[in-house]
Design a protein around this ligand. Structure first.
Ligand SMILES: C[S@@+](CC[C@H](N)C(=O)[O-])C[C@H]1O[C@@H](n2cnc3c(N)ncnc32)[C@H](O)[C@@H]1O
Length: 267
């Protein structure tokens, strides 16, 4: 009912911004579970993508792989890295520890998510700050790699975000992004990327690998929802979390939505 009432507004930039802010502030404030570190749907690596053994719980294994195999597309060692939309910070913790950048800054719109990430994750080269993708609080030409995981679908203006990415990246810098879109919105995203002034190095449809990840962690995810989420919110949360059978899962399977990985550079 609420979803139907809100759906006419979903195309408006102001609604997207408000929706993202309210949703992710609420989640970090009301479900501050210390062992829930990721909010992406996960990635099931292909046979030729080596999977290092990580100390993760089953629920976090595939979302961590999403970060790991995206970051593997650039060299992060000793680099200045900015993650836009770092959420609860699990991906930032992994990349900052494993790939050893000089500095890794996780930035998120939701202050509660930033506070939670700063409370949970501690490494000398890692920090979390509050800020908007559409107005990044960093200097021009100051970042080597921008990481963006399943976040830009929520922005009011992806065009503004991409112009900010280009502004903060140093020449030669990398933009690493994964996200989903409805099939009918893919041409708009592709056009925005093509007109961003960045150069496309890799564009990869990873939808089937996300479906496999959702299936592989479904049992653990369903259990976690039962354990962590108040009963009256469990159905809604299961939809949001994209369990097997949810609308998101069915959309990925039937070609209504796609999930893509992009690697771009600034000349
Ligand atoms: C689906 S979550 C993904 C979080 C994290 N990347 C992960 O994979 O665990 C999307 C995140 O993007 C953040 N976000 C949404 N709009 C944003 C904006 N305009 N600027 C920065 N972060 C934003 C949300 O607060 C949320 O933490």
């Amino acid at each position: 009912m609420i979803k139907t009432l809100l759906s006419p507004f979903k195309r408006f930039a102001w609604f997207k911004r408000l929706n993202a802010k309210i949703t992710y502030e609420w989640l970090a404030k009301h479900i501050p579970a210390n062992d829930w570190h990721f909010m992406n749907y996960g990635y099931f690596p292909t046979a030729d993508e080596p999977v290092p053994v990580f100390q993760t719980q089953p629920l976090q294994h595939y979302p961590l792989q999403m970060y790991h195999h995206l970051a593997s597309k650039a060299d992060l060692a000793n680099k200045v890295v900015l993650e836009v939309g770092s959420g609860r910070g699990g991906g930032a913790l992994h990349l900052a520890g494993y790939f050893k950048p000089k500095q890794y800054t996780g930035m998120d719109l939701a202050q509660h998510a930033v506070d939670l990430a700063n409370k949970l994750h501690h490494l000398p080269n890692l920090k979390f700050i509050q800020g908007s993708a559409e107005n990044i609080p960093l200097a021009d030409n100051s970042v080597d790699v921008v990481v963006n995981v399943e976040s830009c679908h929520a922005y009011g203006s992806v065009k503004k975000f991409l112009s900010e990415v280009k502004r903060v990246l140093k020449p030669g810098g990398y933009f690493l992004m994964v996200d989903f879109r409805y099939a009918q919105d893919m041409p708009e995203l592709n056009q925005l990327l093509a007109e961003s002034g960045l150069t496309m190095k890799l564009e990869e449809n990873i939808t089937s690998r996300v479906v496999m990840a959702i299936e592989a962690e479904d049992e653990a995810k369903q259990k976690s929802i039962r354990d962590l989420v108040p009963p009256k919110w469990q159905k809604l949360f299961a939809e949001f979390a994209g369990v097997v059978g949810s609308k998101f899962y069915r959309n990925l399977q039937d070609g209504t939505r796609f999930y893509y990985r992009y690697v771009m550079t600034k000349n």
